[in-house]
Design a protein around this ligand. Structure first.
Ligand code: HPA
Length: 279
């Protein structure tokens, strides 16, 4: 077993030891604005990242750094409160270390959420988007370097990176709750600066509807491991250059706070109706 695999198994064993016999059916990564859902998980066990052997520890203000394991809507869930971003200085394989740990623990389903800049000019801040696909032009990849065969093949498909059946689940959940759900393509930018207006014009021409600084590394790693992924973005601001105003992190947080109730009720319904065959 190579060094990475040894570390992953040690991390997974530590977490399994802390959660006793609880079964985890869905793993969730909660982005800006949705982290609070982690507090509402029932019968929770909190595990600080700093206590897990080999885990990275998050540096972003406002991002907690812990796992919450418990139940939500009758499902066993494990939530990451706080994720690892490329802009913090982590390599992409470090960013996805927790996702690989989840896989080693036997978790097959992954729900990813994020705050995003809105590129689609027909939409507005506060809109929620089902991620149907993504664009990554920055050359880093979590899978660059030696392949770890236990995780999956060297070359792997990305056509079903965002699980089509889970998209159906999300659409039905939105309809049931009377929540408008946009659908579109998320484009990864490395950050930490927001994009330039020219970059956003380019992204729109390329077919992107939203942009952000997370999620894509996790989706790539999860795809190699054949995990079932659902991605949701909250449009927290119009992307650079669309409105005649500058961008700031406060607007991102403000919009996240404004829609977090709606976002939470959508996520709950999705979790409640998550198809058994994806678990
Ligand atoms: N750009 C990149 N990431 C973001 C944005 C944005 O406009 N808003 C929230 N996250």
């Amino acid at each position: 077993m190579d060094d990475l695999m040894k570390k992953l198994h040690e991390s997974a064993e530590y977490i399994s030891g802390r959660i006793g016999g609880r079964k985890v059916e869905i793993a969730m990564v909660l982005g800006s604005g949705l982290g609070e859902l982690g507090e509402k998980i029932e019968n929770p066990v909190f595990i600080d990242y700093r206590d897990i052997p080999h885990f990275p520890v998050s540096t972003v203000p406002g991002h907690k750094g812990r796992l919450v394991v418990g139940e939500l809507e009758g499902k066993g869930v494990m939530c990451m409160q706080g994720r690892f971003h490329f802009y913090e200085g982590w390599s992409m394989d470090e960013c996805v270390y927790p996702i690989r740990t989840m896989f080693i623990m036997g978790i097959k389903s992954l729900l990813l959420t994020n705050a995003a800049g809105c590129i689609n000019t027909s939409w507005k801040p506060g809109d929620l988007m089902l991620i149907t696909d993504h664009i990554k032009l920055i050359p880093e990849s979590p899978n660059r370097g030696p392949n770890h065969d236990e995780l999956g093949p060297r070359f792997f498909d990305m056509c079903n990176a965002y699980d089509k059946d889970l998209m159906v689940t999300a659409r039905k959940a939105a309809e049931k709750k009377g929540i408008g759900l946009r659908e579109g393509v998320y484009m990864l930018f490395s950050g930490p600066n927001f994009e330039t207006p020219a970059e956003i014009r380019f992204a729109r021409l390329a077919g992107a509807d939203a942009c952000g600084m997370s999620t894509v590394p996790e989706v790539i790693a999860a795809s190699q491991m054949r995990m079932h992924v659902l991605g949701l973005s909250c449009m927290t601001n119009m992307a650079a250059g669309i409105l005649d105003q500058s961008l700031n992190h406060e607007e991102v947080i403000e919009t996240g706070n404004r829609v977090k109730g709606t976002f939470e009720s959508l996520v709950r319904e999705i979790v409640r109706t998550w198809p058994k065959e994806k678990i």
